[in-house]
Design a protein around this ligand. Structure first.
Ligand code: ADE
Length: 281
């Protein structure tokens, strides 16, 4: 079996949370193909007291429990050495926000010049109120949040990171271009998808998709991506790479919205429908 492209070393108090998902998703196939390897370590196995305690009350008082530093250092250094042989990523709501481009960075690193080597990443799942600050300061090299909400622990966040990162590895998805079409991969939301039947409960698939004209279909999909992004996530348009044609289409959208506001008459470019304005927060 060749070396896996990605190796995740996961440190958690709840390894059993991972197994059902890893054994029933695309990740299982990736594992069987030798592309992605995931090792699970129970931090509790590195406790040295009789009761296998992994948490304690916070110094200074206050509610909640804090994960103790000793078992975490012992587990991570026991597996990865000291200093750790690979990046150690703490899953925490205080981390940098996880995005499709962070997933790409984790999959390939910032240095694309070293291909054909296993990328090894350690994921450390926090629990309770958090982890002792010395873990952040002296063990962890990166911190990732999957969004501005607080989970009861980092396990679900680690699964999200593993899943989204593994999708970048060639061979993990059936369709090799799948990941390039995904929402966010191009900086835009993805266009709508349809499959058979062509008519369902009186709702038809857009004619153009049945036309066989690949050039027009590609342009329609691009415009749908632009339209959706403009309506739902206009912030993405500020950074997405846009062609002249894209900009022209967006200008038409804005103009038709302006004319609706003034005389209520306009149609959305390319669709025959009036445009819906961007969602306002
Ligand atoms: N642990 C708890 N909440 C989290 C979040 N939003 N992202 C990553 N890890 C977390």
């Amino acid at each position: 079996m060749p070396l896996p492209a990605l190796l995740f070393e996961v440190f958690t108090l709840f390894p059993e949370v991972f197994e059902p998902y890893l054994q029933s998703s695309i990740l299982q196939r990736a594992h069987q193909r030798g592309l992605v390897e995931i090792n699970l370590y129970n931090i509790r196995d590195w406790t040295s007291d009789r009761h296998h305690i992994t948490d304690d009350e916070p110094y200074g008082g206050g509610g909640g429990m804090v994960m103790k530093p000793e078992p975490i250092f012992a587990a991570v250094e026991g597996v990865l050495g000291s200093p750790p042989a690979c990046p150690v990523i703490l899953l925490t709501p205080q981390g940098r926000t996880f995005t499709q481009s962070v997933a790409h960075e984790l999959a390939f690193g910032n240095d694309a010049s070293v291909p054909d080597q296993t990328r090894r990443l350690a994921l450390l799942c926090g629990r309770y109120e958090g982890v002792d600050e010395r873990v952040r300061q002296h063990l962890v090299s990166d911190q990732i949040s999957i969004g501005d909400y607080v989970l009861t622990g980092g396990e679900l966040a680690a699964l999200v990171v593993i899943d989204a990162t593994a999708r970048w590895i060639p061979g993990v998805l059936g369709d090799p271009d799948g990941v390039l079409d995904d929402s966010h991969a191009s900086g835009l939301l993805e266009y709508p998808h349809y499959t058979r039947p062509a008519e369902f409960r009186g709702w038809s698939v857009p004619e153009i998709l049945l036309s066989g004209d690949h050039g027009r279909i590609a342009r329609w999909r691009r415009e749908q991506s632009l339209l959706r992004t403009w309506q739902r996530r206009p912030d993405l348009l500020e950074t997405a790479p846009l062609s002249k044609l894209d900009r022209k289409f967006l200008d038409q959208l804005r103009t038709s919205l302006d004319s609706i506001k003034t005389d209520g008459s306009s149609k959305m470019p390319g669709s025959g429908e009036p445009p819906k304005p961007p969602d306002t927060p």
